[in-house]
Design a protein around this ligand. Structure first.
Ligand code: ADP
Ligand code: TRP
Length: 323
């Protein structure tokens, strides 16, 4: 793929077990976009971002590995996409520091995530406060043109754009050391996937259906979905079913089992299991082969470092710390 091909970049924090909300809301769309072949893809595991939440070495290792396996099992092709760990490329934190020096406190205090934490009277770490600057570095290091994220991350992309503009204004001469202004690609809300209690599925609410759940766990979770006793159709069951089958396919099933919630849940278990099985098998096969995952991340780290170091050489020159 040639150098003129636009860069698509995205990251996910390794902070918990991946659930079907993450899959339909983010991973699937990302893999589909990458498979169009229109972009050079850089996909990374945001472990330094996760360090704000996960402060246990064994847990960090486990979650990082699981996330790498998830990407691969969901169809990301490591031959075509650079898959790497953020911490393997020290330029991310180096550039974040440079951005810190041109960023003001009031500007960062306007971030939604910071305001939410403040409103809840949470004690926020300096790392969490600076989160947008590390994220700006992630994006700008690779001249990313397109950054697919959920709606909640849109402001962070705007921070990256503002920071690129500010740096360019202060330091860049001619075309040297300039940053490309990234655009968010807001993934269409395929739908907010509801959890087993009907609220948005989220690891923070304990209402998830894990993506690689065994048939037994799947059965237990689906049978536990809260159903309103009002209508003919259990909406929380239907909303998940809709992600894997069209309305036309579902209509006869929901007609046949009108008002019979147990039968409808059984139908969902069948369909969800059939949908997930190939990815789950791939996940299990890959998890037996730890050398393969290590090799993918190592090769990805190498490629990412190369791109990042080239950019950093221009940045260092632009700010006057190297010739
Ligand atoms: P969680 O809410 O479980 O903590 P994250 O915030 O780590 O999940 O989400 C990672 C990505 O998955 C986000 O980009 C978000 O768009 C997507 N996502 C998470 N939960 C859902 C959901 N219930 N429905 C749709 N997309 C979701
Ligand atoms: N902040 C993102 C999230 O919580 C993860 C992330 C970190 C990211 N760096 C990024 C996403 C760069 C896109 C680009 O979902």
């Amino acid at each position: 793929m040639n150098q003129g091909t636009p860069v698509l970049l995205s990251g996910i924090k390794p902070t918990g077990e991946i659930h079907i909300g993450n899959y339909f809301g983010a991973i699937k769309q990302l893999v589909d976009l990458l498979n169009t072949g229109e972009y050079r893809g850089y996909i990374f595991i945001a472990d330094y971002h996760a360090l704000n939440f996960v402060q246990d070495a064994a847990e960090m290792k486990r979650l990082t590995r699981e996330l790498a396996l998830t990407y691969l099992a969901c169809g990301l092709d490591p031959e075509k996409v650079v898959l790497f760990k953020q911490s393997d490329v020290s330029a991310h934190t180096e550039l974040a520091w440079i951005f810190d020096t041109i960023t003001t406190m009031p500007y960062l205090m306007r971030a939604h995530a910071f305001k939410d934490a403040e409103a809840k009277n949470k004690e926020i770490s300096v790392g969490s406060f600076n989160y947008p600057m590390l994220m700006a570095a992630d994006i700008l290091l690779y001249d990313a043109a397109v950054v697919p994220v959920g709606q909640d991350q849109k402001q962070h992309i705007e921070y990256a754009r503002d920071t690129a503009e500010k740096f360019n204004r202060i330091f860049a001469k001619e075309n040297e050391g300039t940053f490309v202004l990234p655009k968010p690609h807001i993934m269409p809300d395929v739908a907010i996937v509801p959890g087993t209690d009907g609220q948005k599925m989220s690891k923070s609410y304990g209402n998830t259906i894990p993506l690689f759940a065994s048939r037994e766990v799947l059965t237990e979770k689906v049978m536990g979905i809260v159903t309103d006793s009002g209508g003919d159709r259990p909406e929380n069951v239907y909303a998940i079913h809709r992600l894997i089958k069209s309305e036309a396919e579902l209509a006869p099933i929901y007609e046949e089992h009108k008002g019979k919630y147990k039968a409808l849940k059984e139908a969902l278990i069948e369909d969800l299991d059939a949908f997930i099985a190939p990815m789950r098998e791939q996940y299990e096969a890959l998890s037996q082969d730890s050398a393969f995952v290590d090799a993918v991340l190592e090769k990805g780290g190498e490629a990412a470092r190369q791109a990042a170091n080239t950019k950093m050489a221009a940045v260092r020159k632009a700010i006057g710390v190297s010739a």
